[in-house]
Every structure is written in structure tokens, then in C-alpha cells.
Design a protein around this ligand. Sequence first.
Ligand code: ADP
Ligand code: GLC
Length: 477
Amino acid sequence: MYSMSRVLMVSSEATPFAKTGGLADVTGALPAALQNLGHEVAVVMPRYRQIHWDSTESAFDNMVVYAGSTPYRVDIRTLVQNGVRFYFVEAPYFFDREGLYNWRHHDYWDNHKRFAVLSLAALGVAQTVFECDVLHCHDWQAGLTPVYKADQQYSNPKFADVKTVMTIHNLGYQGRFHKREFAELGLNWGWFTGDKLEYYGDVNFLKGGIITSDWVTTVSPTYAKEIQTPEGGFGLDGVLRSRGDALTGILNGVDYEEWCPSTDKYIEANYSVEDLSGKVACKKALLEEFKLPADHLERPLIGIVSRFAEQKGFDLIAGIANFIEENDVQIVILGSGDWRYEKIFQDWQRWLPKKVGVWIGYNNALAHRIEAGSDIFLMPSAYEPCGLNQIYSLRYGTVPVVRATGGLDDTIHEDTGFKFSTYSIGALYDALRRAAGAYQNRDSWRERMRRGMAEDYSWDASARQYSALYSKLLGAV
Ligand code: ADP
Ligand code: GLC
């Protein structure tokens, strides 16, 4: 049995309001799953340009938050989405911009202030309109929340019993800023030491969150181990090891209301584990959408949906053009990010126009159609805290080919997908060859699809683990 707690999540993104990656999927779905277990959960996030002011109402006007002697005036707007209350920090000078964190590949120069203000406003919300038992902070953008909470200057009697949880979704992004920026955070220099926020002469927001929170989680059990090693620790492995007895991995769930082939509104034909016939129609429509020949549907179609970032293994993918050329396969790629990869895939498309389809940009509906229409989903990440797309792929009967790292290793088994370990083009090549070979045996392939489709990664199981953690921290168990 779990006792009910009031949880305030602090995040820089959440679906359906603002998303650059899986973090938004998590903060968009986990709160509702926790509420189903009886908790009361709210989320604080910035009001970015794309979130319409008119759709929100006032929760608290003229909240003044102080970063040191500098006052920032913010309004708190609110709405209820899917039964969960969201509080938006309205500060147009910080958040009414084109991008969330950057624009045209350049980080905003004042990100340290933007997300310090998010944390301060979150504490303001916790003091005024949503008193809570747990402050649950996500990624570096919320890393200063537990720091400010612990700081004498900001501490408040109301916070005496409030527990803090810091969830790391990606250790590759730490919120690292120049020392001169530290002076603008309103923290005294006592915080700028090696055992606190200082990191090789800079200030590191995530390090602050890891050190000051009551518990640290990350998004898969394997990643929880990897980040405590020099290879996976991005320079924070020592800090994470020092928190080792308050650090756990809780695998993300996925939202099967949004990602389910039998109800998906974006795809050509619905299908299910009992009746797979619609999947062929999805494949044909997908090939046509990419203007690829759809005359020979027995050849495997490989799909990729991803941020174009080194993390996702694009250095390996860039090395498998020969595999595409030499084998009877086709590939469709959706993504955006690093210009290097955008250019490489556009070159591929010109070189192999009948085999390669590329769509540069962000397109949720197309992401669904790739999940449904492909036979193989490729995700050879260098590291992967959890990864959601491979889990969506399982449900869509699209067999994942993944590198055995982090959440990919935890969610894909040899009987539902294909895994390789060494981060090399050769190892990826070999895994793809195994998958393309196995595809020829249609019956056993369909069995593999069915096993994947039957796996269950719904949020309920993850939410129960967070719930148990809150109870433990609050001394309720
Ligand atoms: P990460 O958060 O590291 O990018 P995840 O696998 O956890 O990786 O989550 C990625 C999420 O973003 C998924 O919901 C995926 O469908 C979506 N996504 C990524 N790139 C695109 C894109 N170009 N268009 C549409 N959706 C995308
Ligand atoms: C990060 C990670 C990804 C994870 C997501 C949600 O963006 O890169 O692996 O699935 O956060 O936790």
C-alpha cells in the first residue's frame, strides 16, 4: 500500500506543451500515472511561446523571485491537462522565444538565468499555490531547485519536511556555465566549491542537483550502473558514486494511448498482435510517402526516428551506406539536429534514390508512420539512458536493432530484437546482417514481432516504483 503524497515536478518540457525529446514524454505521462495511484501531482514549467497564454488562467500574479539582489517578476499561469495541474512560469523576457534552449544551433546566452528563475519560481509555487511533500526535479534545467531549497537564504519553514528527488534523463547535458555566471544565480560563494557546484572551474547545475537532493534516480537500471563508471559518467561518475546508496534506476514507461497500432490515428491501417495484416498497408503507404518504390514489399524496410546527435550512434549509421547499397533493403530516416548528419543522409538520398528516404525536421505524425511501416527499427546509440522509440517499436511489431547499452539493453532481448555490444561499424553491420537474414524466414520473424508486441512497458509499473520511493523518503514505509 502506498500513502498519498503531493508531488510537484519541475521540468523544462512536457507533452503536449513543449518537447525536444523523451523528457517531455515522461513528464507528460508520469504525473497522470502517479495520480492513478492516488498521489496529487502538479508540474511547473516555463510558458514558452508555443503555449498559448489564452488557454491558461492566473494562479498567482506578480510573484517576485530573487536571484541574489536581482528581482525577477513572474506570473504563474495554470491549466489542467489530462487531470494533471500544470503551472507555467510566465516570464516573456526569458521564455517567449523561438526555441526552448537554443536557436539555429546556438544555445541562448542566458540559459543559466532562465533556468535559475524556473527553479526559483518552482519554489515560489511550492510556497503559495501548491504545497507539496516532494519536489521532483528533472534534468539540469531543474538542477538548482534542490540547491535553492537547501540554501539558507531561500529556505522556508514550509520546506522543512519536503523531500527532493533529482531524475537524470541524460548525463550528457549538465548545464555547465562559466564562473562569472555563478554570480548571477544569487548563491553565495560557499556553494562554489569542488564538493558542491564547482566543476573544473565552471558552475554545474546538474552536479548541484545530484549533491543536494535526497534521492537521485535515472531512467533505467543499467544506466544507473553505467553513470557510476568513468566510461559512462561524463566526468560526474565520482560524484554519482558518492551518492551510490541514494541512487536508483527506474525504467520509463510509455504511453500506449498515444503509441498503439490498433488505435493510432496517424497510420494508414490499424493492426494488432492478433491481426497483423494492416502493417503491410502501412509499409506500402510509408514507402509511397517517401517516394520510394513500393513494388517489392518483401524487402526489409529499416526505420530511424531520432535527434541527430552523436549519442544516438550516427557515427556508426554514417558508416553503413555500403550495407544499404549492397543489400536488398530500404531505409527511411526522420530527424534533425547536427548538420553533419543532415548532409550525410541527403547525400545518401541523392546517391541511392530508390533505397533511401530522408525527412529532416520534427514530425510527430511521420514518427508514428515510420514506427508502423518499417520492419526494422535502428537505434545503435553510443549511450542511451532509457530510449522510448525502441519500446514504441516493440508495440508496432517493428523489430529493434540496438546497441546493448542503458535502457536499450534493459528493454530489448534477443528474442524480440537484435543487439550488439561493441561500438563499431563492423558490429552494427553484423547485427543488421543478422536481422536482414532473419527477416527472410517470414514465420519466425512474425513470431518475433508478436513477442515484442506482447511486451508491456506501460507507466503503471514505473509509477509504482516512484511511489514507493516517495513513501520511503517520507518515512511512510
Ligand atoms: P531522446 O529523448 O534522447 O531524444 P527518446 O527515445 O527517449 O530519446 O525520445 C525521443 C522522443 O522524441 C520520442 O518520442 C520520438 O518519437 C521523438 N522524436 C525524436 N525525433 C523526432 C522527430 N524528428 N520527429 C518526431 N518525433 C521525434
Ligand atoms: C533522455 C534520454 C533518453 C530517455 C529520455 C526520457 O532524453 O536521452 O534515453 O528515454 O531522456 O527519460
